[in-house]
Write a protein that binds this ligand. Structure first.
Ligand code: UDP
Ligand code: MG
Length: 313
């Protein structure tokens, strides 16, 4: 759970989460990541940890943002199944057993789907667009990429951590590594106390991160635009030539010719930008170092299974 200035919600959260954890009937831990809160969230969390050995509090040095906090949590948790949720009680902890059951049923990633979302209208509309775009570029259609009530299998978490991306959008990244992904409807509540930490600007920032993090389309659009301009310009030049042959030289002919020449160079500039973009894109893909494949196990006739060694770190 990423926590940023949630002191008004934490006690209620823990009082609801604790019985759910006990009710699961298996070993589990609660990892809170304090994302540089300025209120007394950290003190409250440390109080929980003092009272209950299942609580772990990761204190970040300053505010790094929700997704970075999630990654910090991933690095500091040890379960075979990892569940994420918001700390503002918008994601009811009582839904956790459903997610865990869906993982037990064989899924690698289980997303919560807030069918009845309790947020402002502009958030819901922005989110609908966001889910369409994300589904398209990740290639895994989901109704709700924004819901943080999600469950992941260990190997997915390990791979996400191993990627160590600086601007990761966790649900999308995780889906690119999963074989079986499912979505189950979950309840969604209004924020119990306090204000959302996101405004329209930070949401747009998140979406841009996502688009540039998963697709080369924006940059490829440059070369395509260049080629489009070339084609139009060729048609334009031919029309000009035909016009001249049929009607002879005209006074404003030179002006039109100049336009044709101008568009040729504009097309060239777009194409050049697109080509540079292609190279930058290749560098980007290389430095990002996402795994090209993940081996889960090697099977042999003698029944021996050899899981891949865990990534270091
Ligand atoms: N959060 C965080 N760091 C931030 C912003 C938010 O850890 O910089 C946490 C916040 O405490 C909450 C979760 O991320 O547990 C979701 O934030 P919020 O409720 O503000 O987002 P919304 O529900 O409006 O999308
Ligand atoms: Mg919230």
């Amino acid at each position: 759970m990423p926590v940023y200035n949630e002191s008004a919600n934490l006690r209620a959260l823990w009082s609801r989460l604790e019985p759910v954890m006990t009710g699961l009937g298996r070993a589990c831990e609660a990892v809170f990541v304090d994302d540089g809160s300025a209120d007394d969230s950290l003190e409250i969390l440390r109080g929980f940890a003092a009272d209950d050995p299942r609580v772990k509090v990761v204190e970040l040095a300053r505010n790094f943002g929700q997704h970075s906090a999630l990654l910090a949590g991933f690095r500091n948790c040890s379960g075979d199944i990892v569940v994420t949720l918001d700390a503002d009680l918008q994601n009811p902890p009582e839904e956790i057993p459903k997610l865990v059951a869906a993982i037990d049923a064989g899924n690698d990633v289980v997303g919560g789907w807030r069918e009845e979302r309790q947020d402002r209208t502009y958030r819901r509309l922005a989110s609908r667009l966001h889910n369409r775009v994300t589904s398209a570029i990740v290639g895994v259609p989901m109704h709700d990429y924004g819901c943080m009530l999600r469950a992941y299998r260990r190997h997915i978490i390990d791979t996400v951590v191993e990627c160590d991306e600086k601007a990761a959008f966790v649900p999308a990244l995780a889906n690119t590594f999963a074989k079986r992904v499912t979505e189950i409807p979950v309840e969604h509540a209004e924020r119990a106390a306090g204000e959302s930490k996101y405004n329209l600007f930070s949401l747009a920032h998140l979406s841009l991160n996502l688009i540039t993090g998963f697709s080369m389309l924006p940059m490829r659009a440059l070369s395509l635009t260049g080629i489009g301009i070339f084609l139009l310009d060729a048609i334009f030049a031919m029309l000009l030539m035909a016009h001249r042959l049929i009607y002879g030289a005209q006074q404003e002919g030179a002006l039109w010719t100049l336009f044709a020449v101008l568009f040729f160079f504009i097309g060239l500039v777009f194409l050049a930008l697109g080509l540079i973009g292609e190279y930058v894109g290749r560098i980007y893909i290389e430095v990002r170092r996402r795994p090209t494949y993940i081996v889960r196990a090697v099977h042999r006739g003698d029944g021996d299974e050899h899981a891949t060694p865990r990534p270091p770190g």
